[in-house]
Design a protein around this ligand. Structure first.
Ligand code: TNX
Length: 482
């Protein structure tokens, strides 16, 4: 039988029979994140020691790095036979992705946070796999409501099994500034004090942020930090009024957008951004820095152009590639390699400026709100979420083609943003993520055509994994009923 793997691999060849892991199963692997992760995962649920192989070992799980370069950075080969498992990659990252497949081939109990009794079987067969897109992202908005380090780690744990590789953190917005910046203490002593609906807010110290970056890196997730400017900046301006043209900027606890704007014509604004981007860049090993740029609805087109002309080079100055929301397409001069994040619904016409930017070499990350927005309600009667892009059901978020919207564009991948205006707790995040996230993972990784009945069947099987992991808040979607 075809295993219930999400995302669907490039090629799966099942063979009859199963391999059963036991107390004497050995694990032999080159040192690296893949081995550390797989060993910890298998030990946690099975309680088996999984020591390195000896001549006496009967069953061996072997990770190898001698795969051909043609596998690419994230590709892998997996072979399960009666004598054991051989997982082959060209890089440790490839092994890490393959380890997620191995994990999904094991019974749901492998997700158990403590040792349990189970038949630890793996179906015989081979898997050959590599991703469709290099950018497979999720975004968490820690600004509208704050989520602390442990909540972010839990969020990371949810996305890892589905082979995501980018964690975009929306670190600042009108309702809160969430990262400590040396030299600007009021950003967090004042600007982090609240959230949508009022306190408590919260923020990451730079040590906290490093802890997240490290936890993500050990799972081959690149953190992309976002400082959203020139709009979405009320918290920064309330902390440092000289950044604003408002008389006495105050903290904001509402959900409306588009009213705030940094002082476009003041040098202090750019000195501030230079300092902030410098510190954020230094804290983040990844190649990217996201400067927002969305919904600057109080900023004239001319001022927006002026602002972007001065701000875009600051990202490059600190050694990072610019990522920005699609509105930045209208900037007069986009830096080489810029990634624009498309977020408007697929039902809207693609703006002329976007076509132009793409023609000049901008790359696209596809996050159309009516497909990829995890903050939109599942259905009209859903308890959590917004509906400005309509409801986004499980099938709707799965059944779409990232290439269809802007023909001819260079699409680097897909990202699923989780905005948090209505979300307060880690369970709220789980509810919005599952069961939509695996479908978006499939869109981002798998080149196979979408097949809703098959995907729904796989999702039904995955609910047993979430149960075993102790995830209680996932959405019991009627769309998955048989
Ligand atoms: C639009 S998408 C926004 C966010 C909101 C989100 C809610 C985008 C770039 N901006 O400020 O949180 O809608 O769905």
């Amino acid at each position: 039988m075809e295993p219930n793997l999400i995302p669907v691999p490039r090629a799966v060849v099942p063979r009859p029979g199963v391999l059963t892991l036991g107390r004497d199963t050995a694990l032999t692997a080159p040192d690296g994140h893949a081995a550390a992760f797989l060993r910890a995962l298998l030990r946690r649920a099975t309680g088996f020691p999984l020591a390195p192989a000896t001549p006496a070992s009967t069953t061996v799980v072997e990770l190898r790095l001698d795969g051909p370069a043609s596998l690419g950075r994230e590709g892998y080969l997996l072979d399960v036979t009666e004598s054991g498992v051989v997982l082959t990659g060209h890089t440790d990252e490839g092994l890490f992705r393959g380890a997620q497949t191995l994990r999904q081939l094991l019974p749901p109990e492998i997700e158990s946070p403590a040792p349990v009794e189970a038949a630890w079987t793996l179906p015989h067969g081979t898997v050959e796999d590599a991703p469709r897109y290099a950018w497979r992202g999720v975004m968490l908005d820690v600004a509208r409501h704050f989520f602390d380090v442990s909540a972010v780690k839990r969020f990371i744990d949810r996305v890892v099994p589905y082979k995501f590789n980018v964690l975009h953190l929306h670190l600042s917005d009108d309702q809160g500034w969430r990262l400590a910046i040396d030299g600007y203490p009021r950003l967090t002593s004042h600007g982090a004090a609240t959230a949508v609906g009022g306190p408590p807010g919260g923020f990451f110290t730079q040590e906290d942020f490093k802890e997240i970056v490290e936890y993500a890196a050990a799972r081959y997730l690149t953190v992309v930090p976002e400082i959203d400017v020139p709009g979405h900046t009320q918290a920064a301006m309330a902390s440092y009024p000289h950044l604003s043209t408002q008389e006495a900027p105050e903290l904001y606890e509402g959900v409306e957008v588009g009213f705030s704007e940094l002082a476009i014509h003041r040098d202090a604004t750019y000195a501030f951004l230079d300092e902030v981007f410098g510190q954020v860049a230094a804290l983040t090993p990844g190649a990217y820095l996201h400067l927002g740029g969305d919904e600057a609805l109080s900023t004239t087109a001319e001022d927006y152009a002026t602002f972007m002309s001065r701000t875009l080079p600051l990202v490059g100055k600190h050694g990072k590639t610019v990522v920005a929301w699609q509105e930045a397409a209208s900037a007069p001069e986009l830096p080489p390699g810029v990634h624009l994040q498309y977020w408007r619904p697929t039902t809207e016409e693609v703006p002329e400026a976007l076509h132009k930017a793409v023609g000049e070499g901008a790359k696209l990350i596809m996050s159309p709100a009516d497909r990829a927005y995890l903050d939109q309600k599942y259905s009209e009667d859903a308890p959590l979420g917004l509906v400005w892009a309509g409801t986004v059901g499980v099938r709707q978020s799965y059944e779409w083609d990232p290439e269809a919207l802007v023909p001819g564009a260079e699409v680097v991948g897909v990202e699923a943003p989780l905005w948090s205006e209505t979300l307060r707790t880690p369970d709220d995040l789980d509810h919005m993520l599952l069961p939509r996230l695996p479908g978006l993972a499939d869109v981002a990784w798998s080149a196979a055509p979408r097949d809703w009945p098959a995907h729904a069947r796989r999702l039904r099987a995955h609910t047993a994994r979430w149960d075993a992991a102790g995830i209680t808040a996932y959405h019991r979607s009627p769309e998955l009923a048989e």
